[in-house]
Design a protein around this ligand. Structure first.
Ligand SMILES: Nc1ncnc2c1ncn2[C@@H]1O[C@H](COP(=O)(O)OP(=O)(O)OP(=O)(O)O)[C@@H](O)[C@H]1O
Ligand SMILES: [Mg+2]
Length: 404
């Protein structure tokens, strides 16, 4: 998986500094912004007095561990709330580790830090289940055109906003023919694709101008349906746009049309979850095989593409049943949605999602389940609310507990 973090490292030991410098060359960290400075914890304290804080700070300290807490307190005064901190210290002692971590520090490691040690610590910090919830990015695409990928992306966005009560953005990257606006009976004032004409200008204010939606919980970036060429869409502009969307929501669902370009490949590779929709025919199976081989190879074992078979029962007579597809592709689909033209077309023609058109339909549960499988933490409407969780015990957010 590729991380997109800003990371500052303040080193003392030469080896720690060399590890930090080598970090940017590792594929998983190629999209991180990494700054490496000497001077350790003391330099970090003066640095953040007049610089913004990154997502993650790694500080090496060569002082006495008995007085480390007061130096960390000084750092806490100048760092913005909610940032993660890894401390690298000279003492290899479990009691020191426990004491430092009890202060809200994400991890304590022993100096000097190897490249592998640094990469492992950042991986752990990035996946800290107690950490502040990051917006999830889900990319939905079809193995071929017309398989129902957009319909599934739309209904997932609905389930996320309405059933799981999550602030959701649906970004329709089918810039010319996209139907997200139509499907939700929304009329985007300006086509989302126009944003990519001038990538320098893309910011939150601009994107908000392109968004439409019934309320804050579900915002849509789409087209009103204008025949326009959007050629030469810049991969970095797409990445920047999606990153900005992620700052505004808990879940961003990107409808990636059936095209193979730098930006579509990058989205399918880098999303937290990629959902591949296929229909039961030979061409879909061939293209799914190619896409799964390529994407799963790059995304790694923990981030395998999730497969949905749509219109799953249309090929009964030719014996292409979901289990035949699973066997051929060597995957277990996360959902098999039957061919149901009445339901889908009625809802589409009313400009409604299935859950709005039919108050209780079993597909509502299927779409909600699909969203929950992407790792978001929502609360299903109607279900008992979970007990309120304690906030992340960040060193930079809460008063420090006194440690003996
Ligand atoms: N399970 C289903 N049963 C019946 N009709 C469906 C089903 N899923 C989708 N459809 C219909 O199939 C048509 C194509 O769906 P959709 O536009 O979502 O496909 P797509 O994969 O996004 O196509 P494109 O390649 O054009 O982007 C729509 O009319 C939709 O209502
Ligand atoms: Mg589509």
């Amino acid at each position: 998986m590729q991380h997109r973090l800003t990371i500052d490292v303040f080193c003392h030991a030469e080896q720690t500094s060399a590890s930090a410098k080598a970090l940017a060359e590792q594929r998983a960290f190629a999209r991180c912004k990494i700054a490496v400075r000497d001077g350790g914890l003391a330099r970090a304290v003066t640095h953040y007095a007049d610089h913004p804080s990154p997502h993650l700070i790694i500080v090496e300290d060569d002082g006495d561990t008995a007085t480390l807490q007061s130096r960390l307190d000084a750092l806490a005064q100048v760092v913005e709330p909610g940032r993660k901190l890894i401390v690298v210290g000279a003492v290899n002692d479990i009691s020191v580790y426990r004491r430092i971590v009890s202060l809200g520090v994400t991890d304590y490691l022993v100096s000097p830090l190897s490249l592998e040690g640094m990469m492992d610590a950042i991986e752990r910090a990035a996946h800290d289940p107690k950490g502040p919830e990051r917006c999830r990015l889900v990319a939905v695409t079809g193995a071929r055109g017309g398989v129902g990928a957009s319909t599934i992306a739309h209904n997932m966005a609905w389930a996320s906003a309405r059933r799981l009560n999550l602030k959701t953005i649906l970004a329709d990257m089918d810039l010319t023919f996209g139907t997200a606006g139509l499907a939700f009976n929304q009329d985007p004032r300006t086509a989302f694709g126009e944003a990519f004409n001038d990538p320098e200008r893309i910011d939150i204010t601009l994107l908000e101008r392109y968004m439409t939606g019934e309320d804050d919980n579900l915002q849509i970036l789409s087209t009103p349906g204008i025949l326009r060429h959007y050629e030469g869409i810049d991969e970095e502009a797409v990445e920047k746009t999606i990153d900005l969307c992620r700052q505004m929501a808990k879940l961003v669902i990107v409808d990636v049309p059936h095209v193979w370009t730098d930006w579509s490949e990058a989205l399918l590779m880098s999303a937290d979850e990629t959902v591949l929709v296929l229909a039961p025919d030979i061409a879909n199976i061939r293209d799914s095989r190619n896409l799964l081989d390529f994407l799963n190879g790059k995304r790694g074992d923990s981030k395998q593409v999730k497969v949905v078979i749509n219109k799953s029962d249309v090929a009964k007579r030719t014996r292409l049943l979901p289990k035949d597809i699973s066997n051929t592709l060597g995957i277990q689909p996360v959902a098999a949605i039957p061919f149901d033209p009445t339901t889908f077309i009625e809802a589409a023609n009313d400009g409604k999602m299935i859950g709005d058109r039919f108050k209780s339909h079993k597909l509502i549960g299927v779409f909600t389940d699909l969203v929950m499988r992407t790792g978001v933490r929502g609360s299903v409407k109607g279900a008992a609310k979970p007990a309120k969780k304690l906030a992340f015990p960040s060193l930079f957010r809460k008063p420090q507990p006194k440690v003996a």
